[in-house]
Design a binder for this molecule. Structure first.
Ligand SMILES: [Zn+2]
Length: 155
């Protein structure tokens, strides 16, 4: 079966993932594969502004190394990354949230865990360019209670 997605240079960040053909809302696109980590374990994410680490509901994680992990963040996503129930270890796929035209860049909302506004808007600033861009790849729900940069020191 021909691939539904193709990787190429993105206007957003580095390489991105694009629709290789017209996609339907709800369509399962590609599995998120990578190096597995145990409960509570974290890879060295570095500070290059890119994170490919995904935490599953059972507490284990995966650091994406496959094509799926090239998909960029977008504040108005056309895709979502979702864990599918019934797998051990857990597995996740990228799904289309709406109909997507061939050639469109595929983006999903990373909703990163952050501990402060400072971290959200400096380390994980977003420039996706959408009119609804919230300025960060962080989880918007975590920004409600977060305060200043000093939060980081509580870790
Ligand atoms: Zn944005």
């Amino acid at each position: 079966m021909a691939s539904k997605v193709v990787a190429r240079k993105s206007g957003l960040h580095g390489k991105g993932l694009f629709a290789a053909r017209d996609l339907k809302a709800g369509q399962k696109l590609i599995e998120y594969k990578g190096v597995r980590y145990g409960v509570g374990e974290l890879p060295d994410l570095g500070d290059d502004g890119v994170t490919k680490f995904l935490r599953f509901s059972d507490g284990t994680g995966i650091n994406g190394t496959s094509k799926a992990s090239l998909a960029n963040h977008g504040c108005n996503p056309n895709c979502e990354l979702a864990e599918e129930e019934g797998h051990d270890p857990p597995r996740a796929w990228l799904y289309a949230l709406r109909d997507v035209k061939k050639g469109e860049e595929l983006v999903w909302d990373y909703r990163l865990d952050v501990t402060s506004h400072h971290e959200a808007f400096t380390d994980w600033a977003c420039a996706c360019g959408h009119e609804q861009c919230r300025g960060t790849m962080a989880d918007p729900e975590q920004l409600v209670g977060a305060t200043g940069a000093t939060d980081r020191e509580k870790r």
